[in-house]
Write a protein that binds this ligand. Sequence first.
Ligand code: ADP
Ligand code: MG
Length: 706
Amino acid sequence: MGAVSSGGKTLDQIPVTAIKGVGASLSAKLAKIGLLSVQDILLHLPLRYMDRTRITPIGALQPNVNAVLEAEVRACDVVFGKRRSLVCKVQDGTGTITLRFYHFNTAQKQRLVNGTRLRIFGETRRGASGLEMYHPEYDELDSAAPLPLEQSLTPIYPATEGLTQPRLRSLAVQALTWLDKHALKELLPEVVRRQLNQVPLAEALRYLHQPPTSANIQQLMDGEHPYQQRLAFEELLAHHLSLLLLRRETQADGAYRLNLHTRLQQGFLAQLGFSLTRAQSRVVNEIADDLAKPIPMLRLVQGDVGSGKTVVAALAALAAVASGKQAAIMAPTEILAEQHRLNFGKWLEPLGIKLGWLTGKLKVAERRTQLAAIASGDAQVVVGTHALFQEAVSFADLGLIVIDEQHRFGVHQRLSLSEKGTNSDEQHRAGMLRPHQLIMTATPIPRTLAMSAYADLDCSVIDELPPGRTPITTVVISDNRREEVIERVRLACEQGRQAYWVCTLIEESEALEAQAAEATAANLIESLPHLRIGLIHGRLKPAEKEAVMAAFKANTLDLLVATTVIEVGVDVPNASLMIIENPERLGLAQLHQLRGRVGRGSAASHCVLLYGSPLSQNGRERLRVMRESSDGFYIAEQDLQLRGPGEVLGTRQTGEMQFKIADLQRDGHLLPVVKDAALLLMSDYPQLCEQLVLRWLGQNQRYLQV
Ligand code: ADP
Ligand code: MG
């Protein structure tokens, strides 16, 4: 390892521009996908591999495979179909295949004359004229100068616009040569590696960028090669450490001790009208223990829909108020925030506690009043939406943050609200106290996911529903039986029950969704003239939404036509029938949430999944899960299998929990070892922790700079 040219630098310190041919424009493109250093290039691992090491006879080809062919051009014509294309038939001794190009130029056509021999690489498809390849790569063969075949499997890299595979391949090849000259620091301590029987990092990287022809390609494609597993382990470890570091950082600041006064608590419980379930009491105690400590609480409460999380949150808020501090309750939607405001008002105002209220849709004057009350401390418990995050919001003395339905908020938002308690006075940052955090979710998170996504949190589970609930019966019906379903709504409502009719759209456009709901409502009003029908969607003004919800709650509406705005939290116990149109468009967790709007009272509840036919195989499978189970944990596990972790955690768009190589489903079995290794590193190798996080989370990590 004679590091001559760039001194003793390690590969993370050498910018991509040090690689020959990487100028400003290419490095900008690389930066877009987070590749800044030579080390980043090395860690940008292939997604898949292709075998270009041998030639397949055309006669032996199957559809949908990648293959190298050697064949002779038999015909080549421009065809004017729906789109102009260049169609070229080629033949070897065993068969014929059609090559199709939609983008081509005259020179290209002129060279593909009869008798030209080609080496072709592409993916086969079943086409109109038998097997075809669209836009294959090809080279002309010259018998005088034979073209060598590839010596190793060809990697396919995750790409982005403007970065071609050949470009990425050549970058990787060059980066690998740096590996000979410069150290790629081994960040896994010997003890950890020995325990896992793991190869050195450099060796794994060499192999994965250029697997030998003897490699087990299937194993590599499945990501189950020991070298991939070695990297996946390191990556999972880095993610885990980033969360533990975040936790340590947050907890280094200290917090107010909050105590739940017995008398206040008794007053609160006495007016509730029900007693807490055993699970609720247990969780309240766990929270109370945390709050009484001078360390910021970081606790996740998981409880299925209807398990009664709101009361638990209210008791935590009560502890803050009893200790002279403010509590902020944040909900993911306006409707849910409004409902919390009503509940908290009903429960807390009789005890003399003042409520604040903040959402994005407040009028200017009202907003000013609320901000002032929050800043002065007059508002003791503040309920709101993510508007609570905004810069302008400054709390007098925030002691507790409750985030409801956390599956809709990312880690970053969690952080930024926790900064609220500390950013009010920059000078005091040093010895500043942080608010406690309570995070609630009704989306039971599969164990493996929870372990990695919420490694920074302690966990409580409300694993019991309040007594007297009857299970919801779910049926799956095709929308060509819509009339029957409408009839069913009529019968239920005439018997004094209430129903929801939920409209879904694929695109998350509030405007389109609102339109669809309006149209459905109009139709239903026509079909059911005797029913009192209301409509709610995200486009309504807050006051309008509130009025509709209040009417439905007061049973002056029989049927509520709604968009998925009612997905979380909405609580109307007398509603016992729900129709969900096009349920196949939604994820299972979301369906489970929606369905949880019924089954809240003592009447037997029903949910009709009114699907648009025909249904895909996957769609049918998902609706079957809904019909057969009402267990949130089971549904979440199935969702994970059918849709993958990004969708389940709702982080696909935000890019959180996106791994370079690890796959939570495939590599979940590594997590227990990852967890132990993370604790070991935190205690015995602190300097390695930060380096690991930097290596794998790089620019994306916000955790070290809290
Ligand atoms: P979620 O966990 O879905 O947020 P909620 O807090 O909205 O559930 O509670 C659902 C319903 O159950 C509400 O009407 C609430 O008042 C009621 N509830 C909560 N706890 C109990 C209990 N221990 N006994 C009876 N009803 C309860
Ligand atoms: Mg709730």
